[in-house]
Ligand binder design. Structure first.
Ligand code: CTP
Length: 402
C-alpha cells in the first residue's frame, strides 16, 4: 500500500445510487488518492466489485470467503491506513448499524476500527430518510463527529419525488477534499472573497456586464475553506455549482456587492476582491422595456461611475485586515497594477493579462504576478486552484510578518 498519498476507504452499500459510487471512486483516483473500496453483499447486486477494482487498481473487500485473500486482518490493516472513510451511498440499515456499533460484515467491521475522519452520504426513499429512527441514527453519527452529507431532492428510483437522492459525485469528492486535502492553517480566520461579474440594469430586460466566469474567486473561496477559514463568498451571477463549505451571498449589481462587502468588512481578517465589478452603470433604470423610437436619437445610454469597492475598503480598512485586489489588464500589466496598489491602499494586487494564453476569465488556468510594496512575484501557468493556493500562501506569510 502506498504511503506517499492519502488513502480513502470508500464504503458502498446496497442502494440504486451504488452505480454513482463508481464516479466517486474514479474522481478520487484521478485526484491521486489511494482508494480502497469495501462493499456490502447487497451493493454487489447493484454493481460489481470488478468495476471498482478496475477504477481504483486495488482489490475490493466484499463479504465472500476467499482463500487468496488476506482475510484475517484485512479489515484492521485497512482501518489503520485510512485517512478518510467515505460511505456513499449509505442505506438506512448500514446507518443504523454504524450508529449502534454493530459490526457484522466487512464494511461495518472495518469502519468500527477506523479512527480517521468519516463522511456519510445517506441515499434512500424519502419516508425512510425522514423516519425518526434514521434521523436519530444520523444525529448520533453527527454528534460523534461524522460529516453527514444531506441527500439531494429529486425524482427517486422508487418514483417518489423528495429528499433521498445521493448528491452528485462531484459534491462528495469536494466533501472528501474539504476534510483531508489540506492542513487547516487558516482555521479561525474570517475570509471574504468576491467573485464573478456584476450586472448593471438598463431596463427589465437588458443589462451591462462582462465576461467574468467567477472561477478564480470560487477557487479562492474553496481553497480558503479547505484550509479551515470561515469563508464568505459574495458572488455575482455565474454558472458554477454552489461551494458546499462556504457561505455564499448572491448579488447582481455593483451597488449590491458594495453593500454586501462593506457591511461585513469589519469582521474580516482577509478580503480578496477577485470580482470583475462594472465601472459604469446606466444613470437611470427604465421600469418598462425601452422601445425603439423612430425619428429620435435612441442610440445613447447615459452612464455614471459605480462605487469603487476596493478603494472604499482601502480607505476604511481596520488594523489587521489584509486586503488583496485583482487587476485584469490588456497592456502594461505590472505598471498599471502597481498604480492600483497605491491608489486603492491595498496590501497586494494579483495581476493577470487578458492577452496571455492560459490566463484570464473563462479558462481553468491562470498566470499571475503578485505585486506588493516591496516587490513582484511571477508564477507560471497554474490551475485556478493552484493559483488560489499560492495567493493564500503569500497572504499567510505576509500576515505572519506584520
Ligand atoms: N474594483 C472594485 N470596484 C469597482 C471596480 C473595481 O472593487 N467599481 C476592484 C476589482 O474587484 C479588482 C480591482 O478593483 O480587485 C481592480 O479592478 P480593475 O477593473 O482591473 O481596475 P479598475 O480599478 O476598474 O481600473 P481600470 O478599469 O481603470 O483599469
Amino acid at each position: 500500500m502506498e504511503n506517499n498519498k492519502k488513502t480513502i476507504l470508500l464504503g458502498v452499500t446496497g442502494g440504486i445510487a451504488a452505480y454513482k459510487a463508481a464516479y466517486v471512486a474514479s474522481g478520487l483516483k484521478k485526484k491521486d488518492y489511494n482508494v480502497h473500496v469495501v462493499m456490502t453483499k447487497n451493493a454487489c447486486e447493484f454493481i460489481t466489485p470488478l468495476t471498482f477494482e478496475t477504477l481504483t487498481e486495488n482489490r475490493v473487500c466484499v463479504d465472500t470467503f476467499d482463500r487468496n485473500f488476506e482475510f484475517k486482518t484485512q479489515h484492521i490493516s485497512l482501518a489503520k491506513v485510512a485517512d478518510l472513510v467515505l460511505i456513499a451511498p449509505a442505506t438506512a440499515n448500514v446507518i443504523a448499524k454504524l450508529a449502534n456499533g454493530i459490526a457484522d460484515d466487512m464494511l461495518t467491521t472495518t469502519v468500527l476500527a477506523c479512527t480517521c475522519p468519516k463522511i456519510i452520504a445517506p441515499a434512500m426513499n424519502t419516508a425512510m430518510y425522514e423516519n425518526i429512527a434514521t434521523q436519530v441514527n444520523l444525529q448520533i453519527l453527527k454528534d460523534r463527529g461524522w460529516l453527514v452529507v444531506d441527500p439531494a431532492e429529486g425524482l427517486l428510483a422508487c418514483g417518489d419525488v423528495g429528499k433521498g437522492k445521493m448528491p452528485e459525485p462531484d459534491v462528495l469528492i469536494r466533501c472528501a477534499e474539504q476534510v483531508i486535502a489540506k492542513e487547516k492553517d487558516m482555521a479561525g480566520l474570517n475570509v471574504l472573497v468576491t467573485a464573478g461579474p456584476t450586472q448593471e440594469a438598463i431596463d427589465p430586460v437588458r443589462y451591462i456586464t462582462n465576461h467574468s466566469s467567477g472561477k478564480m474567486g470560487y477557487a479562492l473561496a474553496r481553497m480558503a475553506a479547505r484550509r479551515g477559514a470561515n469563508v464568505t463568498l459574495v458572488s455575482g451571477r455565474v454558472a458554477l455549482p454552489e461551494e458546499p463549505f462556504v457561505e455564499t451571498v448572491r448579488i447582481l449589481s455593483a451597488q449590491e456587492m458594495f453593500e454586501a462587502v462593506s457591511s461585513r468588512a469589519d469582521d474580516m481578517d482577509i478580503i480578496i476582491k477577485a470580482a470583475a465589478v462594472a465601472d459604469y452603470r446606466p444613470t437611470t433604470v427604465a421600469t418598462e422595456k425601452i422601445k425603439k423610437k423612430d425619428g429620435e436619437d435612441d442610440t445613447v445610454i447615459k452612464l455614471e461611475r459605480t462605487q469603487d469597492i476596493l478603494k472604499w475598503l482601502g480607505e476604511h480598512r481596520h488594523e489587521g485586515l489584509f486586503l488583496c485586489g485583482f487587476a485584469m489588464e490588456t497592456e502594461n500589466v505590472i505598471e498599471n497594477s502597481r498604480k492600483k496598489l497605491t491608489k486603492k491602499n491595498v496590501d497586494m494586487i494579483c495581476a493577470n493579462s487578458l492577452r496571455t494564453e492560459g490566463a484570464g476569465f473563462a479558462g481553468d488556468t491562470n498566470i499571475i504576478t503578485m505585486i506588493t510594496k516591496d516587490g513582484e512575484k511571477s508564477y507560471p501557468r497554474l490551475t485556478k486552484e493552484q493559483t488560489a493556493d499560492v495567493i493564500l500562501d503569500e497572504i499567510m506569510a505576509r500576515r505572519a510578518q506584520k
